[in-house]
Ligand binder design. Sequence first.
Ligand code: C2O
Length: 512
Amino acid sequence: MLPGPVIYAQEDDRVIVKVINQTPHNATIHWHGVRQRLSCWFDGPSYVTQCPIQPGQTFTYEFTLVQQKGTLLWHAHVSWLRATVYGAIIIYPKTGVPYPFPYPYEEHIIILGEYYLRDPLQLEQAVLASGGGPPPADAYTINGHPGPNYKCSTNDVYKIDVIPGKTYLLRLINAGLNMENFFGVANHQMTVVEADAEYTKPFTTDRVMLGPGQTLNVLITANQPIGRYSMAMGPYMSARNVPFQNITSVAYFQYLGATPNSVSLPAVLPRFNDNLAVKTVMDGLKSLNPASVPKEIDKNLFVTIGLNVQKCGRKNPRQNCQGNNGGIFAASMNNITFIRPSVSLLEAYYRKINGHFTEDFPASPLRFYDFVNGAPNNAPNDTNALNGTRTYVFEYGTRVQLILQDTGTISTENHPIHLHGYSFYVVGYGTGNYNPATANFNLVDPPYMNTIGVPVGGWAAIRFLADNPGAWFMHCHLEIHLTWGLSVVFIVKNGQGPLETLPHPPADYPRC
Ligand code: C2O
C-alpha cells in the first residue's frame, strides 16, 4: 500500500505493532512525534535506538501514547526507505473529551509525498557517490497519487467529495524526503487548529507550509460556488536560486453537484522562495493550552546547522568521492559531521559497550568562521568539519534550551529540525544571527512541536524538560542532509525513582 496503513488510536492507548520485514532490505519503523515515554527501545531510528530488522526478521514495537492526541506519521528510518514506507498515525481524544472547535462533518488525511522510480537505497548511494545534491522526485504525490500534471495519471487524481456548507478537517502530513511544501485549496481559506499533534489557537490562512515530518490539522468549509477546486502542493526551496515548477501535485476538493470532470479551479501558491509566506504561517502558530513552558533553563546549547564541502580522501567513511572541486557536500552540527555507528547506540550506552560513540558533542560550534550573519561566506577552507559519533549527555530533569543557528559555506537553507522523544516549545526565531540582546522570546503561548523549520539564514530557540531517558536523535528531516551528517544524539540519563528507571530492551530486539 502507498501510503501504508493508518494507525488509529486514542490518547493514552497502548500501541503494539509487529513489523515483519518481507523486503530484501534492512528496515526499521519510526513513530514520528510519538514521545516514547520510557520506551526508547521502540523509537526506531536505525543505529541510534536499534539495529535494523533484517530481511525475514520481525520486531514488535510497543509504546503508550502518553498524553498525546492528534495527527502524526510513521515512516521507515533506514537509508532513504521512507520514500515509500510511510503512513499516518491518528490519535483521537479520550472518549467524551471534546475538541476545542466544533466537530467537523468529516475528516480526511492528506499525505504529501515524493515518489522515485529508482530503488531508494540505490538512489541514496548514487547521490552520495555524485558528491552533489539530490535529484527532484520523479513525481510529487498526494495520498500516493501523482495528480493530473503527469501524463499517465490524469484519470487518477485523489479527490474529496464535499457537501456545500459543511466543514471538513484535513489532517495534513508531509511525508516527503527532500522537499518542503506549500499547500493550499483554490478559493478557500483554512483554519489551522493543530500543529505537530498539539492544539493551536485557530489561525486562518489561504496557504500553509509543511517541512518533511511536519503535520497540521486544518478546518475548511465548503462555502464557495459549487464546483471542483484544486488542492495543491508546491515546493518551498529557500536555498535554490532557480525557479521551480510552482505546483507539483494536485488533488480535487469537489462539491456535490459539480459537473463530473469539470476543469478544476487552480490554486495559487507562494513562489518557491517566498520566505515571508513561511514566516506568516509560523507567526500564526500559538499553543492553545501552553501548560509548562520552561521559564528558566539549566543548559543552553548553541547549535549551528551547516552545509559545507568536505575534501575527498580525508579520513572519511565516504571514500568513493567523485565530487566537484575535489570535495563532496557534507553537513554538520557545531562543525561535527555525524557518522552513524554500526551498532545500536542506545544499547551500547545501556550496556556500557565502549568504542561506538563519544560524549563530547560541543555545547557551541568548534569554528566560527563559517558563521557570518547566517549567510554563506566564501571561506574556501571550511572543509574541516570533523567526522564523529559525538553525543551530548543531559542529566535527568535538565531544563534545556537549544539555539539552532542556520549557517553554511555552500548555502543557507530553511532546515526542518526534528527531535526524537520529545516535543519542545519554540520560544523564539528570527532571521540573521541570534543576538540575545535583540531576540524576542515568547514564553506565553509558543507552539509545542517536534519539528521546527529553522528560518533560512536565521535561528530558532527551543526549550524542553529532559525527563525522558534514552538516546534521542536530533536531525534535519531533509533526508539528504541527514545522509550528509546533519544530526546529533542526545543522551538523557535515568533518574533515580522507579518511574524513571529505563526498562530492559525487549527479547526480540534486533541484532546488528
Ligand atoms: Cu521523522 Cu528521525 O525522523
